[in-house]
Design a protein. Structure first.
Length: 137
């Protein structure tokens, strides 16, 4: 859907150039060049935003383990219209974020619904902070 919106923006831009062409009869030929310049600037801004500045859009949440436990289950429901591509779990000692390591869950609940993240961790020790980060499509 986003591609359709972007594609429909270019006919609107062509309409603006046409209106600049009509305005040139009142204001001279310099208006047409201004319109062409604005079209080139808009196209350059779109290319920069779409291809150069494209990055990983992600969200994360953290939780601490206060005591030793045999099992921890977590379920996260994505906001409506937001589907995740992948997620990762990082564990580090509480208060020492530089000591992080990627953790694989004992179980990951896989469904056809990419708006739900669910996993289970086994043998969770006290004194650790877990950070779950997911990357949107």
């Amino acid at each position: 859907m986003n591609s359709v919106k972007v594609a429909m923006g270019f006919p609107m831009l062509a309409t603006v150039v046409w209106l600049f062409n009509i305005a040139s009869s009142h204001y001279g030929k310099n208006v047409l060049w201004l319109g062409i310049f604005l079209v080139v600037v808009a196209l350059a801004a779109w290319v920069f935003g779409e291809f150069v500045q494209r990055g990983e859009i992600s969200t994360s949440i953290s939780f601490r383990s206060e005591f030793d436990t045999g099992e921890v289950s977590r379920w996260f429901l994505m906001p409506r219209g937001k589907e995740y591509r992948s997620f990762q779990i990082v564990r580090h000692e509480t208060g020492k974020p530089g000591t992080g390591e990627v953790v694989t869950g004992l179980t990951e609940y896989l469904t056809d619904d990419p708006s739900l993240i669910a996993f289970k961790l086994a043998s969770v020790k006290a004194g650790y902070t877990f950070e779950v980060a997911w990357f949107y499509k």
